[in-house]
Design a protein around this ligand. Structure first.
Ligand code: MSP
Length: 504
């Protein structure tokens, strides 16, 4: 039997010092959309997420909460899992860096790269940003503060083990050259390549002052630097070296990350893999950052957005849609409830919801045969949508899907089915039902809940990408509720208008 193509996608594993916010939700929802898309295509898909639990930040947060690190992180992990459930995230595995298997595997990997001559003992002196768990040199600091986040840094001087990153400079440059899709999106690749060309310094990979970490296998008075511990999650979760999952899914097809952790993923990570003799991933895709109403989103500014509150207020699919529609993957964007409200009303209610409603309303009043000739199939280019999704252009794909939804609404207006009857009406209805069935498949990675609701009204089961072609309509229509509720700025005054456009 021919093996299915495989698709392995990961999110960053999130720090557990704090509650997840919309920035974390964004990465995970985007990865979920891509994973669902590949399942729709029939690819053997594995979607990994998890938590990055060690390090000074978690240690301090636990101390402040009066708990042991393990007790503390267990609590936050539950919050993450609850959030992913509430956001309908279809991950296949949740890795925790405090898992015994992860710790044991990382120890083995460290021994391997040591055996390869890539670890040596030295002395570290530098500046450390605890919130970012990142070392900086004096030169890199901005006004004495962390150049990444602007927060205080602390001077560290200690004995440390180093990874010979410098040894991999040429190999990395050749790798980027040979694999032009690895650094994605393209416009971010220059920055990485230039920095690598400037020269690579060996990196400190152990600490003596932190207890909450994986004991360094070569010297137990040290623990492993949290980033080196964390990056390995992408292979330990697959049970490297002998696991069936590792054999099936490695190398990762996409590591989806935020742009601020691109260096770790695009430079340090492949170098560690080269050293361990493991194939490098196919793509690291660094997406942009959200601001909130124009301001940087940060807990200390008190302006982080809780995705669950938004989902409860507007519906989960409105949130998922708005996040993916607002900001092309890769670019920066601004989250504002106002924009979400406009998208909800103008795109989800008036375009998608309205199309479904018009279609099932016609069906409810029609007792003839639903059959006809495909007329509405010409505005739909599945190949192009598929290509956009394969390029991670979720935004472009949504644009095409919604252009088709608008075309279907126009078809209703043009055909004026309220003036038709008999076979003519059956033909229009056939076209609309097939269009809506296909739209439901196409939107299912983005808005899985709405897709299920549409299928229920059409009386069809969940489809695959291969089902996105006009054929005989085989469902049984039952008119149901509106798909989305219009957002009213002043609900009391305009409650009469709360239903979407019902004109036929
Ligand atoms: N633990 C590391 C990652 C290790 S991966 C081996 C980490 N964790 S984190 O909790 O800080 O999560 C960072 C990720 O959250 C970012 O890379 C990004 O994906 C997401 N975001 C957090 N805030 C964000 C925004 N304001 N906007 C968009 N995404 C952001 O770094």
């Amino acid at each position: 039997m021919r093996k299915l193509p495989k698709f392995y996608i990961t999110t960053p594993i999130y720090y557990v010092n704090d509650k997840p916010h919309i920035g974390h939700a964004y990465t995970t929802i985007a990865a979920d959309v891509l994973a669902r898309w590949h399942r729709l295509k029939g690819d053997d898909t594995f979607f990994l997420t998890g938590t990055d639990e060690h390090g000074e930040k978690a240690e301090l947060a636990a101390k402040n909460a009066g708990q042991s690190p393990k007790e503390f992180v267990d609590g936050i992990v539950e919050q993450y899992k609850r959030m992913w459930k509430a956001l309908d995230i279809s991950y296949d595995y949740f890795i925790r860096t405090s898992d015994q298997l992860h710790e044991n595997t990382v120890s083995k990997l460290i021994e391997r790269i040591y055996a390869n001559g890539d670890i040596y003992k030295g002395f570290y002196e530098g500046w450390y940003c605890i919130p970012d768990e990142t070392f900086w040199t004096e030169l890199q600091l901005k006004d004495g503060k962390c150049p990444e986040c602007g927060r205080e840094v602390k001077l560290l001087k200690e004995e440390s083990y180093f990874f010979r990153l410098s040894k991999y400079q040429d190999r990395l440059l050749k790798f980027y050259d040979d694999n032009p899709d690895f650094l994605s999106p393209r416009f971010r690749s220059k920055e990485i390549i230039n920095r690598v060309k400037e020269g690579l310094k060996d990196v400190s990979i152990t600490r003596t002052t932190i207890k909450w970490g994986i004991p360094f296998p070569l010297d137990k008075s040290h623990t492993l630097y949290v980033w080196v511990d964390a990056l390995w999650n992408y292979v330990t979760a697959l049970e490297w070296p002998d696991g069936e999952k590792f054999r099936t899914f490695w190398p990762a097809d996409v590591h989806l990350i935020g742009k601020e952790i691109n260096w770790f993923h695009s430079v340090i990570w492949p170098a560690l893999l080269f050293s361990a003799g493991i194939e490098a991933p196919r793509k690291v895709f660094a997406h942009g950052w959200w601001t909130h109403d124009g301001k940087q989103m940060r807990k200390s500014f008190g302006n982080t957005v809780d995705p669950i509150a938004i989902a409860e207020k507007y519906s989960l699919d409105a949130l998922r849609y708005a996040l993916l529609k607002e900001m092309p993957l890769g670019e920066d964007g601004d989250f504002s409830e106002k924009t979400l409200q406009v998208r909800l009303n103008n795109e989800l209610v008036s375009e998608l919801g309205n199309l479904l409603n018009r279609t099932v309303t016609i069906a409810a009043g029609f007792d003839g045969k639903i059959e006809g000739t495909p007329e509405l199939d010409s505005g739909l280019d599945i190949g192009s949508i598929s290509e956009l999704m394969d390029r991670l252009d979720t935004h472009g794909a949504l644009d095409e899907i919604f252009a088709y939804i608008r075309a279907a609404n126009k078809y209703v207006n043009d055909k004026a089915p309220w003036k038709l009857k008999g076979a003519e009406l059956g033909n229009v209805l056939y076209n609309l039902l097939e269009a809506v069935r296909i739209i439901s498949i196409l939107i299912s990675p983005f808005m899985p809940g709405s897709s299920k609701k549409i299928n229920l009204q059409l009386g069809v089961g969940p489809g695959k990408l291969a089902d996105c072609a006009f054929r005989e309509f085989s469902g049984k229509v039952t008119k149901g509720d509106y798909l989305f509720k219009k957002y009213e700025t002043h609900p009391a005054e305009s409650s009469k208008e709360s239903a979407p456009d019902r004109s036929l």
